[in-house]
Unconditional design. Structure first.
Length: 143
């Protein structure tokens, strides 16, 4: 079972989950994390960029419920499988995902698997391997 880690709080409080709405490259709301075994997740990005300190004491681990509908993005071709508000004409153009439409279509989460394979510029600002939880009901907190 894949395990994820969220830094910035010790517990998952479903009542604090903000419903996803379209904004720009990233949505308003949602919930972010990285795989525990990610090669370049949120902790590594923060270590490189000195943005914030990721402390184990202020984090929690979780997995996803069985059957969760997660779209995994490995390549630009994968990005073309989800609804977008703006599609880049060239590989280095920014794409704007339609997060609200993703929710309507039953997509529970979007996971960026590799920032390098043609997704750096289209998803400029995602910065690292991460998962965006669109549906809080799929989060299963580890004990």
């Amino acid at each position: 079972m894949t395990k994820y880690i969220h830094y910035g709080s010790k517990v998952f409080d479903k009542n604090k989950f903000e419903k996803v709405s379209n904004h720009f490259i990233k949505p308003r709301g949602g919930f972010w994390a990285s795989r525990i075994d990610s090669e370049y997740g949120w902790k590594e990005w923060n270590d490189d960029n000195k943005f914030t300190t990721c402390q184990k004491e202020n984090s929690f681990e979780f997995s996803l419920s069985p059957g969760a509908n997660v779209v995994e993005l490995f390549t630009l071709e994968d990005l073309q499988k989800i609804p977008v508000r703006r599609k880049g004409a060239f590989e280095d153009d920014i794409w704007l995902i339609d997060f609200e439409e993703c929710v309507k279509r039953g997509i529970d989460a979007i996971e960026l698997m590799d920032i390098g394979k043609g997704l750096y510029f289209p998803l400029y600002g995602w910065d690292c391997e991460c998962i965006l939880i669109l549906n809080p009901d799929i989060v299963e907190v580890s004990e």
